[in-house]
Design a protein around this ligand. Sequence first.
Ligand code: NAD
Length: 466
Amino acid sequence: MTIDTLQTMLKRQREAFDDDIYPSFAIRRDRLDRIGRLLKENQTALCEVVSRDFGHRSHHETTQLEIAPLMGALRHARSHLRRWMKPERRGRSIEFLQLSNWVQYQPLGVVGIMVPWNYPLLLALGPLIDILAAGNRAMIKPSELLPESSALIARLIGDYFKPEEVAVAEGGVEIAAAFSALPFDHLIFTGSTAVGRKVMASAAAHLTPLTLELGGKSPAIVAPDYPVGEAARDIAFGKLMNAGQTCIAPDYVLVERGKLEAFAAAFIAQAEAFYPRQAAQKHYSNLVGERAYRRLLSGVEECRARGVKLVTADIAMSAKGLNIAPTLVVDPPADCLLMEEEIFGPVLPLVPYDDFDAALKFIRVRPRPLALYIFTHNGVTERKALLNTVSGNVTVNGTLLHIAQNDLPFGGIGPSGIGAYHGHEGFKRFSHARGIAKVRILNPARLAMPPYGRVAEFLARFMIRG
Ligand code: NAD
């Protein structure tokens, strides 16, 4: 792949788009059906190739966390698409009663999708569902860190789609940088906040509209009324899936000071129950990338050197590749790497609080996270936590669940992202909401035209009423 090939790919897609700028419902639905067939007919091959690229990744995780939510999103889009495509009637004020107003959702054109390595199927094909539902063409840049998965995705997309419908651009960081500088009609980037900044700078040259799905430190907070054992189970599930390499994994947990020990014991017991020693290792995934692995180890070592208590689960792990056992870091200092950067691995700081309001403030004064997890059965506490924090999405009394709700927008805020997609919001994200005003019989502007007489004056007075 060269920069010239990228440009040719885009030109070809744009020409095809210009020949059909408003694909029918039937065409869009057929494109969605082809994504479904691609996934179903190649499920095993996809799970295997992702596992090879990870060194080891549980097939259950690839199925549950990537293929299943994609199939759910497809079912949702298929059943709502006809309604989403309908023009939306809008109101008008009294002086414009002679008008009819409506919004028509138009396809944007060619949309670029930049994909991180941690969920290579979900984060390539998830945006693709919304993009094709909205009637666009798409170019996908998979992550260079998963070469076999990227090659299989490219081959399968080539088998199920014409290159002018959906194309895949494989390549390293130089190709990724060139991709982000192409004059797309929209670009969706999922990845780190640091690379997101670079992508935004490249997109600025063409004023390419952007959706940024970034990362950050997503907190979990366990309210005083909530049983810590229950919270520990759900937090361990959300944290240890994909070995913590999930953008919305709980990054750290705020627990009442007196319950820290109980929470730690429950979390470790739960981790050991999820991935028992006596079982042949199949379910605990590896870490991807030497650099990320070393960064995580150095974060843990820094805490150890500073005298922070560490608790590690004794679980079954794959013998090959890079992995770290689930590790709790109890009450780390605020200025350590693990409390300053997104962790993105199976290491979980426990941060004690003495007062629930102060714990909410702890979240509020930090950069706005992608996700927030609140554990409480008390309605007043839930409302207080929701109204006194800001984050991308929230799951109450569980982890990760909000991402699989097809009727909820998904996205970050501030440093964790710009713009949300999924379901109806995804359809709208990749459409142009074109407002249309139509004069029915009498154009009211004729009453306000020069030379200005008494009618124009009356109209002006009427229009500037309070
Ligand atoms: P990354 O930012 O390193 O890479 C993402 C993409 O950027 C890749 O396709 C890569 O090819 C490309 N890229 C790398 N350097 C580039 C450059 N200089 N210019 C343009 N593009 C470049 O992210 P990653 O390590 O693959 O993924 C992990 C990060 O992604 C974490 O921070 C995680 O929180 C975030 N993430 C966010 C979401 C979400 O939905 N918000 C989902 C998954 C991951």
